[in-house]
Design a protein around this ligand. Structure first.
Ligand code: SAH
Ligand code: SF4
Length: 350
């Protein structure tokens, strides 16, 4: 505002309109001079995203397919996990954000990487996903209840590798965190990464203490490499010390994500090793049964095999959960909706 000859307090007013009052148009910002509103309109894009499709599963998961100005598609997911014994209608609400269009890392189980990387999202496009969720929730519930603060968590686990778009990610999360922005506490934000070591170490030094989840998916280089090509660049013997450094600096439990793929990484030996790694890092393990992706040949293990894997972790006193909710299917296989819709081209009609 100062650089265009406006008093600095105008910036606070604009933040208030966007993040607190959540107006959808520059012209509604009634305490700004008309000329400034017109200049803002010409210069900035208040809505870089448009919802083109929503998909719900069992009232647990809402998936929003968003179109960007260049017609790229991304996905943002709202996950409502019912909480037992916490009161009527109280469900844990989590927002899952995308950070890139596609992904360059090509993990063998993941729909987001199938068509490669197209581009990074801007900080504005990342924040816009949160504002789209707010707009939707504002319609569903009385305004006071629909504040972003009523969401329990943000997870950066949608399309793309967040740490490959580091600066825009941190800028967006800083706005989400700021009291003039959405006021969302850093401890309620989890960034998931396939394991980019330099950025993990950089994140450990950030002022805001975001939580970290590591997509491990294999406990030996041989197995992990089959699933995640990134392991050749950052093998386990380098990745694990980097995670340890992050964990020590933060003093908080991090999460190891482990997708279960039949006969690939669901063996007893992998479970034993995973228990060792989790205990060493004081990490929580999140087991995710593989969701079949069109065009990929792997299978989800039977419930019996999943339970056997889980039992080994439990017998070693590792804190672990297994993702079983029905609705999470559409969240876990993130990137699929976009691929399907791009193939059909149906979003063009919306
Ligand atoms: N690039 C980051 C964040 C996005 S992927 C990362 O790799 O961590 C986040 C998670 O989505 C993966 O770790 C995996 O747990 C989950 N996921 C992706 N495809 C999946 C599939 N087909 N089945 C189950 N989980 C999947
Ligand atoms: Fe990219 Fe993460 Fe998918 Fe791997 S799992 S391809 S890093 S989005």
């Amino acid at each position: 505002m100062k650089t265009v000859g406006q008093p600095a307090f105008r910036a606070g007013q604009i933040f208030d309109w966007i993040y607190k009052k959540r107006v959808r148009d520059w012209s509604d910002m009634s305490n700004l001079p008309k000329a400034l509103r017109e200049w803002l309109e010409e210069t900035f894009d208040l809505h870089p995203t448009a919802v083109v499709l929503t998909k719900s599963a069992d009232d647990v998961t809402d998936k929003l397919l968003l179109r960007l100005r260049d017609a790229s598609l991304i996905e943002t997911v709202i996950i409502r996990a019912p909480q037992h014994g916490v009161g009527v209608n109280r469900s844990r609400k989590t927002i899952c954000l995308s950070t890139q269009v596609g992904c360059a890392y090509g993990c063998k189980f993941c729909a987001s990487g199938l068509a490669g990387w197209k581009r990074d999202l801007s900080a504005g496009e990342i924040v816009a996903q949160l504002l789209e969720v707010c707009a939707r929730e504002d319609q569903r519930t009385p305004r006071a209840k629909a504040e972003l603060a009523s969401f329990d968590n943000i997870v950066v686990m949608g399309m793309g590798e967040p740490l490959a778009n580091y600066d825009n990610l941190i800028r967006a999360l800083t706005i989400a965190n700021d009291s003039q922005g959405l006021g969302f506490g850093a401890r309620r934000v989890t960034i998931s990464t396939s394991g980019l070591i330099p950025q993990i170490l950089k994140l450990a030094d950030e002022k805001l203490g975001f939580r970290l989840a590591i997509s491990l998916h294999g406990t030996t280089n041989e197995v992990r490499e089959k699933i995640m090509p990134i392991n050749r660049r950052y093998p386990l013997e380098q990745l694990i010390p980097a995670i340890r450094t992050f964990s020590r600096r933060h003093g908080r439990m991090l999460t190891l994500e482990f997708i279960l793929i039949e006969d690939v990484n669901d063996t007893l030996d992998q479970a034993e090793r995973l228990a060792d790694i989790a205990r060493d890092l004081h990490a929580h393990v999140n087991l995710i049964p593989y969701n079949p992706v069109d065009g990929l040949t792997w299978h989800r293990p039977s419930i019996r095999r999943q339970d056997r894997f889980m039992a080994i972790l439990e017998s070693r006193s590792v804190s672990a959960t297994i993702r079983r909710e029905k609705g999470s299917d559409i969240a876990a296989a993130c990137g699929q909706l976009r691929l399907k819709e791009e193939a059909k081209g149906s979003w063009l009609d919306c």
